[in-house]
Design a protein around this ligand. Structure first.
Ligand code: HEM
Length: 418
């Protein structure tokens, strides 16, 4: 039976009425503005059920949680929830990417995370600042020479790949391949996505990236330098703490997780500032708000809209609903960040919001390892943009959102800078 609901949304000053049957997470309406759908999901008594239509997944669908308190409970729970992918694809051959630490439970997860924790400390990340500043300045100079600059393609989508690839030791000339691999992999990784095209290019890109890293690792083994890949090779060869497949999967995870998420943060952040000129002006006058302004952009349009897959391991209860073993549950971070039960006036963008305990980097043992790096990139970028392009504005050409329901960011953001 199709449930038709007339829902009133009071998201902007204008009241708009809309009918929702089931939510189409790939529709242009959802992609450009998911918040009415999230409001509807939060209004339900329990989680929202979304069936899967992909043949590679054993579970029939997933339960989406959108209230702040429920999402916190899910993310923190590791006693009745697992992130081990073998539980959702039992007996299937797993790719290297399937072994990433995001798909592991302790003690495997703890071992893998400890290996990279030491290079993602604030002290280590700050050493990257001169390099980040140089790239940011170059991208701004390039934008200034363009007649029709596009902040998404000329800045946001370039900086994070340059930073993380450099940090890891991936040659600059190979960046272009990574952009398309990362795009395909992230589309296919979202098991809510229906299109089989995504799934085919996902598998192909995984294989190509797997082969690429196997060759690069051999190269570094013969000619060691001082990169993140070298320290992972040492963990494999000398300390026996990393299997061969884990070594490749760690490289894949770091480069993919470090690029798309941060690109989305930058493009959405710029878009939010330009759509709230009074808040952007306040920031220009009070640069001391930069940190809280960045946190507010992360809350307002979470770059990762949904947490990655989780599966119940025993009878349990979340958000007032009982679950059996083997049910898939998902934390909708973008919806929790706009929950009025937790955030006052959640649809208002306020660079001075304090406290601002958004969930955009997740929570619990899988809390984003790159959060400090991402925040640093945002801080340097927006500080330099305000210094060097204070008159940046939206151009008359419309922005285009990327079409990935799991990730929210812009594919194109035309701007004027003079
Ligand atoms: C604004 C940028 C970023 C956002 C919004 C973001 C968001 C997230 C979220 C939500 C998770 C947890 C997912 C879950 O629990 O299901 C996560 C995990 C992770 N992120 Fe990020 N991320 C960002 C940047 C980065 C960067 C720059 C890196 C660096 C390489 C990175 C590497 C990782 C890794 C390795 C994990 C898995 C951690 C684990 O399983 O213990 N992320 N990220």
């Amino acid at each position: 039976m199709t449930i038709k609901l007339l829902i009133l949304y009071n998201l902007t000053k204008n009241m708009t009425a809309q009918t929702i049957t089931t939510i189409d997470f790939e529709s242009p309406e959802f992609i450009s503005n998911p918040y009415p759908a999230y409001e509807y999901m939060r209004s339900l008594n329990g989680p929202y059920w979304q069936p899967h239509s992909r043949s590679d997944i054993e579970v029939p669908g997933m339960w989406l949680f959108s209230k702040y308190d429920d999402v916190v409970q899910l993310l923190k729970d590791s006693s009745s929830i697992s992130k081990n992918l073998e539980k959702v694809r039992p007996g299937r051959q797993l790719s290297a990417f399937d072994h990433i630490m995001l798909n592991q439970d302790p003690p495997n997860h703890t071992r893998l995370r400890n290996l990279v924790n030491k290079v993602f400390t604030p002290k280590q990340i700050k050493l990257l600042n001169p390099r980040i500043e140089a790239v940011v300045d170059k991208l701004i100079t390039d934008m200034q020479s363009k007649p029709n600059p596009d902040f998404a393609t000329d800045f946001a989508n370039l900086l994070p790949m340059m930073v993380i690839a450099d940090f890891m030791g991936v040659p600059y000339e190979d960046h272009q391949m990574f952009y398309s691999w990362a795009l395909n992999i992230l589309c296919g990784y979202d098991i809510g996505v229906k299109s089989t095209d995504n799934f085919v290019s996902y598998k192909q890109s995984l294989q190509e990236m797997d082969e690429y890293f196997a060759i690069l690792i051999e190269k570094y083994r013969k000619n060691p330098s001082d990169t993140l890949i070298d320290s992972l090779i040492a963990a494999h060869d000398n300390e026996d703490k990393l299997s061969s497949i884990e070594l490749v999967s760690m490289c894949m995870l770091l480069i993919i997780a470090g690029h798309e998420t941060t690109a989305n943060m930058l493009s959405s952040g710029m878009n939010i500032f330009l759509n709230h000129p009074e808040q952007f002006d306040l920031l220009k006058k009070h640069p001391e708000y930069m940190e809280s302004a960045i946190e507010e952009t992360l809350r307002f349009d979470s770059p990762v809209q949904r947490g990655t897959f989780r599966i119940t391991t025993k009878e349990c209860e979340f958000g007032g609903k009982k679950f059996h073993e083997g049910e898939q549950i998902v934390a909708v971070l973008g919806a929790a960040n706009r929950d009025p039960a937790y955030f006052e006036e959640p649809n208002r963008f306020d660079i001075t919001r304090n406290p601002n305990r958004h969930l955009s980097f997740g929570l619990g043992i899988h809390f984003c390892i790159g959060a400090f790096l991402a925040r640093n990139e945002a801080f340097i970028s927006f500080t330099r943009i305000i210094e060097r392009m204070p008159n940046i504005k939206l151009s008359t050409s419309p922005p285009i959102w990327n079409k990935k329901p799991l990730f929210r960011g812009l594919q194109s953001l035309p701007v004027t800078i003079y």
